[in-house]
Design a protein around this ligand. Structure first.
Ligand code: ADP
Ligand code: MG
Length: 724
């Protein structure tokens, strides 16, 4: 039986030998075509021209493109690459590639060719990517276009090296078919709005970038055991399986010692990431058994997003090399903590100021408060859209379970800043005093004092301020962070634009700048204070309190996605010129279809596993029990056979409930498939099909406890989670 073969090989598994890379600094970015390399290949003069063309966002001339392409090709060939690809992020949530060879045979003799044209634009056979009706499949025209703000890199695949060029993916008519195009547009708008607001405080600010540090959680499971679980292999989560006797109670995994096999994987994985320019910094075990986390140093949002997509690929590839499988699903195991992807967000200026870090001077502090309050207000304005941006079938299992932020979006800011905001909104700023040594003393009386070190932590909040950044914690581990970052950045950009309008208006009415800003912030706080929550987000009281405050608690994806086409969302993205109604509707449809597809796959798998794995094993054991019972009775000895009889009854009962429920589930699937719209179908899958999962699982898991272990085909939780 595959389970036992797998268990045997786990016992013999050894750590894969990896070369320890001692000099990480030297290796950093080895496979990245950085600006320094570009300069080296094209020379100083050309480099300057290229940079300014890219920076101003001008059309790149054919001439410039050819120079960059030639430089990239030479560098790639020197490193042993044979192919190139445009690397993009379609709405499947994964990354996509289409590899072309550098080798060109059309010109008579074979040469290695890569023109500026191939760098800037490609037309992948894109009919198979979701487009939500924007691009009919018969006019399979979508374009990938070079994104010069994210450097090209070399990716190892199948023993070869491929030059990957980050691109956006748009339709023939210029509409976004991917996650990156809206993100880039949004970041541009955010920068503009932020720079304008900074002018009130410091005219030297010429540019501002949004920064993002992404913490990634994942599970590692032995590859053999993983493959013996069709549910894991196909849907990345166990749809069956009884909780282990030894659960998470001991909590001894967190920061625990990392076993040798895993250690070897990590060294390898970090080495590969570092070479790709991903600035990985921390690694540790997470709360759940076999769960791990890594976090790179923060970068510009665009780059951080690309690096996280790449990182997920690398985790997967390297894990396979170590006979492990990485699981990025939000909830692979029932009753065990799920995986998130904390997105740490801030903004910083060309003058080196973190706009979400309390400042050293009064004006800097007012600037901090302006951005701080704007983010809070932005979250309050678009809480439902933020919820939508992280909605997925996988994350539905996690949000609202007792270990992850709830589906209620709220903001945590800590005691001290709560005091600051209270005094700000009560217009009684002098009342706020703090005898903390770290407090920055401020001359101007109307601006509150803020201590530099805010160490408050609240791990239960979906959106928490952590001293110099906000941490969006409700994001799921498999999410493409472009989506939540586009929403967050757009919401903040819109709010900063509004702040500028409101403050200017006050100044026109005779307010000095500081007072104008403070007055506007007071108003914003008044309007958004219901989003602030400092208590335990896991508690039932909070759910009730949130309802009283009128905050949404949207538990399922089909419901959450509605926010993508709400009036306030259409206005947000429309006004900022990021996405039009058609694009948002397309996105909405695609996300609904993704959801339906996931639940459909899980439902089919569950039906199949129940009928072909669980019930046959139970029947085999049942046979044995019946045999035994008959034999015992035949001996004529007067013994108590009630325990065997009980088992027979129990098992028979579970089997018949399972097969009945599976039939019902199939019926509800048929009905769902026949509905007219993507929305109705998704809702039916959520409300009619999915509820069968729990029922079937309940009885199957009971059987797992009754049936002879030797007959059980699927690796059990204790084997998946605790084997080293
Ligand atoms: P935690 O307490 O959540 O583990 P860490 O201090 O380890 O937080 O940082 C988590 C992430 O936050 C890291 O990726 C880090 O680079 C990132 N981070 C730190 N400062 C900023 C910033 N100014 N902007 C964006 N991300 C940041
Ligand atoms: Mg964190």
């Amino acid at each position: 039986m595959i389970r036992f073969t797998a268990l045997q090989s786990v016992n013999q598994a050894k750590a894969v030998d990896v070369k320890i890379s001692s000099n990480l600094a030297e290796k950093f970015g080895k496979y990245v075509f950085s600006n320094e390399k570009l300069e080296k290949y094209v020379g100083k003069e050309a480099y300057k021209k290229i940079l300014s063309a890219i920076k101003d966002g001008n059309m790149i001339s054919d001439d410039v493109a050819d120079q960059v392409a030639a430089a990239m090709r030479n560098w790639a060939l020197e490193n042993g690459a044979t192919h190139y690809t445009h690397w993009f992020q379609p709405l499947t949530g994964l990354t996509a590639e289409k590899h072309d060879s550098f080798l060109d045979l059309t010109s008579g003799s074979p040469i290695e060719k890569f023109s500026g044209g191939s760098l800037i634009q490609q037309e992948p056979d894109a009919s198979s990517f979701p487009n939500g009706g924007i691009r009919q499949t018969f006019e399979a025209r979508g374009y990938t276009a070079w994104d010069p703000s994210s450097p090209a890199f070399l990716m190892k695949s199948g023993g070869g090296l491929t030059l990957c060029i980050p691109t956006i993916f748009i339709s023939y008519t210029g509409e976004a078919l991917d996650y990156k195009a809206p993100l880039l547009k949004t970041l541009h708008q955010l920068e503009k709005a932020a720079v304008e607001v900074c002018q009130y405080f410091d005219p030297n600010v010429k540019s501002a970038t949004a920064t993002l540090g992404i913490e990634q959680e994942y599970f590692l499971v032995d590859a053999g055991l993983y493959n013996a679980r069709p549910d894991l292999a196909i849907s990345q989560r166990t749809i069956l399986g009884h909780s282990p006797a030894r659960g998470q109670q001991l909590d001894d995994h967190y920061f625990g010692s990392i076993p040798e096999r895993i250690q070897a994987f990590m060294i390898d994985f970090e080495n590969e990431s570092i070479q790709l320019g991903i600035p990985l910094k921390t690694r540790h075990n997470e709360v759940a058994p076999s769960q791990f986390e890594c976090a790179p140093t923060f970068e510009d949002v665009n780059l951080a997003v690309d690096h996280n997509q790449l990182l997920m690929d690398v985790i997967d590839k390297v894990a396979r090399r170590h006979n492990l499988r990485a699981i990025l699903h939000e909830k692979p195991f029932a009753n065990v903590n799920g995986s998130g992807k904390h997105c740490n967000f801030s903004m910083s200026t060309n003058t080196g100021v973190n706009l979400l870090s309390p400042g050293k001077t009064p004006t800097k502090n007012l600037q901090f408060l302006a951005f701080f309050v704007s983010v809070i207000k932005a979250v309050s304005n678009h809480a439902n859209l933020l919820r939508a941006s992280i909605a997925s079938a996988g994350n539905d299992h996690r949000l609202g379970a007792n270990e992850a932020p709830p589906a209620i979006i709220s903001v945590f800011i800590g005691t001290q800043l709560t005091q600051v905001l209270n005094s700000l909104s009560s217009n009684n700023l002098d009342a706020y005093t703090d005898n903390d040594q770290e407090t920055i003393n401020i001359a101007a009386p109307q601006i509150p004092k803020i201590s530099r070190d805010n160490t408050d932590r609240n791990r239960t909040s979906p959106f928490a301020f952590t001293g110099n950044k906000f941490e969006f914690r409700a994001v799921g581990s498999s999410t493409n962070t472009s989506a939540p970052m586009t929403v967050l950045a757009a919401a903040v950009a819109q709010q900063l634009q509004q702040l500028k309008i409101d403050v200017d208006h006050k100044i026109e009415n005779g307010f000095d700048t500081n007072t104008a800003v403070l007055t506007v912030l007071q108003q914003y706080l008044q309007e958004s204070k219901s989003i602030l929550f400092e208590g335990n987000n896991y508690s039932e009281e909070w759910a009730q309190e949130a309802a009283r405050r009128g905050l949404s608690n949207i538990r399922t994806t089909p419901q959450a996605l509605d926010a993508y086409i709400s009036d306030s969302t259409l206005k947000l993205f429309g006004d900022l010129g990021i996405m039009n109604e058609r694009e948002l509707h397309a996105r909405y449809e695609i996300l609904l279809e993704n959801y339906t597809l996931k639940i459909q796959i899980e439902s089919r798998l569950l039906g199949e596993l129940a009928m072909t794995h669980i019930i046959p094993a139970a029947n085999r054991y049942l046979n044995e029990l019946v045999d035994t019972l008959v034999k015992v009775k035949n001996t004529g000895i007067d013994v108590d056979t009630s325990s065997i009889e009980h088992s027979i009854k129990d098992i028979t009962n579970h089997i018949s409930v399972i097969s009945k429920k599976v039939r019902e589930m199939i019926e509800s699937r048929k009905k769902a498939n026949n509905l007219n719209s993507a929305q109705e179908t998704a809702i039916a899958y959520c409300n009619e099909v999915k509820p069968h999962f729990e029922d079937i699982r309940y009885h199957a898991d009971k059987l797992e406890l009754l049936v002879d272990d030797n007959m059980w085909q699927l690796p059990k939780y204790r084997e998946l989670l605790f084997l080293r």
